[in-house]
Design a protein around this ligand. Structure first.
Ligand code: B12
Ligand code: SF4
Ligand code: SF4
Length: 311
């Protein structure tokens, strides 16, 4: 018979060996409040109707995994170096390989470890009806900042979150205190004013418009697009907790998450003229592949200098 503490130790050891930088555990029935419903009711999910569809499951993890007791939350670092390409800025998380695939294999290994101890699991990374930031904060990994992201005192927010729902009852962590204080830098830095009351209104967010949106970017957002080719990091760049700090543990960055040289030199014009076969050659297996060539070209056209006035 294994004690919950020894199971926890064994999973933490395995997670570290797989490259995860942090692990915390929260009770699956932690009270999520009404924030998500309020956000949906205000329409701030734009046309991400799946957020509405997933509401019951998000509020009740029992619908995702019957008998669930614990949510194991994990962090996985991505590069914090500026991901500017000749064609524009790419969100740092998206400059390398697709993290969904990269982390799926690692989560499957942890699933196996937990199964050995008699647990049943469901594992996700940005791929399921689980409020990952909420559970990460409950699991003591960090706090939810005014930019809406999970921030760690010793590592900031440049990390993916992954979640494992398990039927095992494991020792729980306590939520970490919030260290935003009187700072509002992220709200001031947001180019579109999308951040209010610690929530991001997707209808105004450049990350939404350059990645998720199915319709054309509205004119007022287009004006603010600046050099954002894919995603937006402005509210993270502004955050003081994302600066390197003496005493912070060194960050282990998976080389699969770094930008290939062939991508960094592509010009906006090269993207505008790109045939499908070349798009596949450059972006197969990356998060950028998921939005498709027409969307990437529409993003690039917002960055191309407007020469019409010169005619
Ligand atoms: C939908 C979504 C988006 C949408 C909508 C953003 C949004 N407003 O949530 C869009 C496409 C715009 C987006 C953008 C980005 N996203 Co996103 N996104 C998600 C997704 C799939 C769901 C988030 C969600 O539930 N939103 C709904 C709102 C209402 O949730 P919320 O503000 O977090 O509030 C919930 C809790 O946090 C909690 N809560 C918050 N505060 C408080 C306070 C109290 C007291 C209580 C009780 C509860 C509570 O209550 C809510 C309900 O549970 C998650 C993955 C996942 N499955 O969770 C990734 C995720 C949040 N995204 C992520 C990232 C990296 C980004 C971007 C940085 C990408 C980029 N560079 O372009 C931007 C950042 C934008 C921003 N400032 O939020 C990461 C965040 C990692 C981190 N360190 O926090 C996640 C976790 C994906 C992952 N697995 O790594 N995203
Ligand atoms: S990702 Fe960009 S547009 Fe979206 S909330 Fe953050 S700063 Fe604003
Ligand atoms: S910039 Fe300031 S307010 Fe925004 S998340 Fe970071 S510490 Fe919090």
């Amino acid at each position: 018979m294994f004690s919950p503490h020894s199971i926890r130790r064994s999973v933490a050891y395995a997670a570290h060996a797989l490259g995860f930088s942090g692990m915390g555990i929260a009770p699956a029935n932690a009270d999520q409040g009404t924030r998500l419903q309020d956000w949906l009711a205000r329409g701030e999910h734009a046309d991400m109707e799946w957020m509405e569809r997933h509401l019951p499951a998000r509020k009740n993890p029992e619908l995702v995994l019957p008998g669930v007791r614990s949510v194991i939350m994990l962090t996985y670092e991505y590069p914090r170096t500026d991901a500017r390409t000749a064609a524009g800025a790419v969100a740092r998380y998206a400059q390398g390989e697709d993290y969904h695939k990269l982390l799926a294999g690692k989560l499957a290994d942890l699933d196996e470890t937990l199964s050995f101890y008699g647990g049943q699991q469901r594992c996700f990374t940005d791929s399921g009806p689980v409020s990952e930031r909420f559970f990460a904060a409950q699991a003591g990994l960090g706090w939810i900042g005014r930019n809406g992201l999970l921030i760690r005192k010793e590592g900031g927010s440049w990390c993916f979150l992954a979640s494992i729902l398990t039927t095992l009852e494991l020792p729980y962590d306590s939520p970490a205190p919030n260290h935003c204080g009187n700072c509002h830098r992220c709200e001031l830095a947001c180019p579109t004013g999308a951040l209010r009351n610690g929530c991001c209104d997707a209808r105004r967010c450049l990350s939404y418009w350059t990645i998720e949106a199915k319709q054309e970017m509205p004119a007022d957002i287009r004006v603010a697009q600046s050099n954002h080719l894919y995603g937006c990091d402005a509210c993270q760049e502004a955050c003081p907790w994302n600066r390197p700090r003496p005493g912070n543990p060194p960050r282990r960055i998976d080389p699969h998450l770094l930008m290939p040289a062939t991508f960094s030199t592509l010009s906006p014009q090269a993207i505008a003229d790109m045939p499908q076969a070349e798009f596949e050659k450059h972006f197969a297996g990356t998060p950028i592949r998921r939005i498709g060539l027409p969307h990437l070209q529409a993003n690039a056209s917002g960055i191309l200098p407007d020469t019409s006035a010169e005619c």
